[in-house]
Design a protein around this ligand. Structure first.
Ligand SMILES: [Zn+2]
Length: 323
């Protein structure tokens, strides 16, 4: 693979991270941005042009200047790429969305029409999420099931009788089929540089369990689905390349009781990667008795990840010298 192709892929991945980060809580028609303004100016013009060609963006003119708008297929692509392994929140929200739609179908033998506001109220989700779920058919894309659809955009929603049933192969729109084929292919490639997966295996762990690993041609190694050795093409990220999200750690039953007993885990902080580079360097969850403590914990974990990276680089440099 040529360097320029690698750089182009990296720029595209960064663009998707920026878009998802900025617009995941906006209604799609409001996802308007200028490529000349930070943070979007970080990406090359050719990246935005390429996304325009793919139908992931459209253009509108505002006060004589060209702006881009994220399209439904662009948001779906972004959510697919930027999904954090193990992050259940998209699936959970879609589950709640389906649950609310199901309530209105109870005992019906005909498809039902509900008002958007009622579906919103019943789901307890944000207006932006519900709007986008309908706009992009997120249920179809991520749960691979039949979901509600607009009857009149922004006003009424049609709930099909087969709500929640899996979408049959012949019912899938061509774009979904294409995405699935691509997903399947991507499973066998490094998400950062596109190198092929060349090794799949398992090895015993000291505690008598087994761990599973995936090796890629570029040198990246995943263990149990988590990045263990990042793709060597990835640049080490700044702390700013992660969104630090601290929240009170709540749990039910036994977990709740445990949190009560241990003030040191009352707050939790996630470091969500905002760039493709940051995604290659996962930073563990932070805990603490306060918001500040949990954030501090993540900062020091980030430092540890950085030290480990630095040591790794030194070892590689030594080896190359010795040759
Ligand atoms: Zn790679």
């Amino acid at each position: 693979m040529t360097i320029s192709k690698k750089i182009r892929q990296r720029d595209m991945a960064t663009a998707f991270h920026l878009l998802v980060d900025r617009f995941q809580n906006s209604k799609l028609p409001d996802a308007v941005f200028s490529a000349e303004i930070e943070p979007f100016s970080k990406c090359a013009d050719t990246t935005w042009q390429s996304m325009l060609r793919s139908g992931w963006l459209t253009q509108i003119e505002i006060k004589g200047r060209q702006n881009y708008v994220l399209t439904p297929s662009g948001l779906v692509e972004g959510l697919r790429l930027v999904r954090i392994p193990g992050d259940q929140s998209l699936q959970e929200q879609l589950g709640r969305f389906q649950g609310a739609a199901k309530k209105s179908l109870k005992g019906r033998t005909q498809p039902e029409v509900v008002r958007f506001e009622n579906l919103l109220k019943d789901s307890g989700l944000s207006a932006e999420f519900v709007f986008n779920a309908l706009e992009c058919d997120l249920v179809g894309h991520f749960l691979k099931a039949h979901g509600p659809a607009w009857l009149q955009r922004g006003v009424t929603v049609r709930i099909p009788l087969d709500l929640g049933l899996p979408v049959a192969e012949h019912e899938k729109p061509i774009t979904v089929q294409l995405n699935e084929a691509r997903e399947e292919r991507n499973e066998y490639r490094c998400s950062y540089c596109g190198a092929r997966k060349i090794e799949i295996g398992s090895s015993p762990t000291p505690d008598g369990d087994r761990s599973y690993y995936d090796g890629y041609d570029c040198g990246r190694l995943d263990v149990d689905g988590q990045i263990d050795k990042p793709c060597p093409s990835a640049k080490f990220p700044q702390l700013d390349d992660y969104e630090l999200d601290a929240f009170e750690n709540v749990g039910e039953g036994l977990l709740g009781a445990l949190i009560e007993k241990m003030p040191a885990i009352r707050w939790k902080c996630e470091a969500r990667p905002k760039t493709a580079d940051a995604a290659q360097f996962p930073v563990p969850l932070g805990y603490g008795s306060s918001r500040i403590e949990a954030i501090e914990h993540v900062r020091s974990s980030y430092e540890k990840v950085r030290q480990k990276y630095k040591v790794g680089r030194q070892v590689i440099a030594q080896k190359e010298k010795g040759r």
